[in-house]
Design a protein around this ligand. Structure first.
Ligand SMILES: *Cc1c(COP(=O)(O)O)cnc(C)c1O
Length: 379
């Protein structure tokens, strides 16, 4: 089955009870048993729920995996991955990691004795230089947020394989429409399904997909034991979202290209970060591992003026100033005062998050309207 069919049919069966074409929302916590243990595979909804199961099968299908797991949020999914580790274990991760992941690693799991290294991951040899006998996991994000750096998943996978380390990839920004990390050698792919998979800014959810049975068993055990599962209503919404993922992504990419090119030619813009430009430092890797370049763009105005950036995001009318990304509607964000405000200025500027950096999640509206909105806001 090809990807554009998998988004609609992957892992799905018509409901065995009445043949419903869409999986019903099984809004139940428990299931009747005819005799102790005599049930139809469902005992209690923390452990299994038919609507969640349908969604988990869809996750596995679109990521070319074997096992899918749905969680209450993206961070709950990452939390389950780190619970594979023990005190003394070490993790190598990116230095421009999603802020919430950085917080989970440093403010929660460091207290449990897990050690994290945050480094630039564009060079796999550099990543390998951080490997020691305690290294158990490499955790990557690509494209990164908000600087749109591209990390070579295949190169990381060869380091991970060589040293028998797990490789996990947060695929939230790219989605499986653009890249499928398991095919490139990753062991675990993770999503904040809150973003593109849900696609409509109406649900918070996380996903993991793996191929290895023993790894899946351990993660299912953690999912049930820790209990950060999502409800049936939310499962239904994300299943519905996934059915249009390919058409939405196609438009996100088309609009992203138009907006990136418009900004790159604007006299008031200093720099545009978007992996589709040939001048992007990792463009060749992006071209090799991604099908297209997506709708996430960051840019900096000339003069790097904090107040001007604030004025621009306030002036936008179609782009809504908000946290999050990946919905059908366009959003803008100002990392220095929003997502990265807690990081000291000198620290954030080292990774490129300067005062005037603005991040756009380009939606699927008409590109002419989006460009007109930017035109009036930038002035
Ligand atoms: C939003 C996001 C997360 C966290 O997901 P939640 O669903 O908000 O818990 C993790 N990684 C990336 C790249 C994200 O954008």
């Amino acid at each position: 089955m090809k990807f554009n069919t998998k988004t609609i049919h992957g892992g799905q069966e018509h409901d065995p009870a009445y043949g419903a074409v869409m999986p019903p929302i099984y809004q139940t916590s428990t299931y009747a048993q005819t005799t102790p243990g005599g049930h139809k595979g469902f005992e209690y909804s923390r452990t299994h729920n038919p609507t969640r199961k349908a969604l988990e099968n869809a996750f596995a299908s679109i990521e070319n995996g074997t096992y899918g797991l749905a969680f209450a949020s993206g961070l709950a999914a990452i939390d389950a991955v780190i619970k594979l580790l023990k005190p003394g274990d070490e993790v190598i991760s990116t230095n421009d990691l999603y802020g919430g992941t950085y917080r989970l690693f440093t403010k929660v799991f460091e207290d449990f004795g897990v050690k994290f290294h945050f480094i630039g991951m564009e060079n796999a040899d550099k990543v390998e230089s951080y490997v020691n006998e305690n290294t158990k996991l490499i955790w990557a994000e690509t494209p990164t947020n908000p600087m749109m750096n591209i990390i070579d998943i295949k190169a990381l996978a060869s380091v991970a394989k060589k040293h028998d380390i797990l490789l996990g990839v947060d695929n939230t920004f790219a989605t499986p429409y653009l890249q499928q990390p398991l095919d490139l050698g990753a062991d675990i792919v993770m999503h904040s399904a809150t973003k593109y998979l849900g696609g409509h800014s109406d649900v918070v959810m996380g996903a993991l997909v793996v191929k290895d049975e023993a790894l899946a068993d351990r993660l299912y055990f953690i999912q049930n034991a820790s209990g950060a599962v999502c409800g049936p209503q939310d499962s239904f919404l994300v299943l519905r979202g996934i059915k249009t993922l390919h058409v939405r992504m196609q438009r996100h990419c088309e609009n992203g290209k138009k907006v990136a090119e418009y900004l790159a030619n604007h006299p008031k813009i200093e720099k545009v970060y978007w992996p589709g430009f040939e001048s992007h430092p990792n463009h060749e890797v992006a071209k090799a591992q991604m099908k297209d370049f997506g709708g996430m763009i960051s840019f900096v105005t000339k003069g790097n003026d904090y107040d001007e950036a604030i004025r621009i995001v306030e002036n936008m009318k179609i782009f809504t100033l908000a946290e999050s990304l990946g919905g059908v509607e366009s959003l803008s964000g100002h990392p220095a005062s929003m997502t990265h405000a807690s990081i000291p200025k000198e620290e954030r500027e080292k990774t490129g998050v300067v005062d005037a950096l603005i991040r756009l999640s380009v939606g699927i509206e008409d590109a002419d309207d989006l460009i007109a909105d930017l035109e009036q806001a930038i002035g």
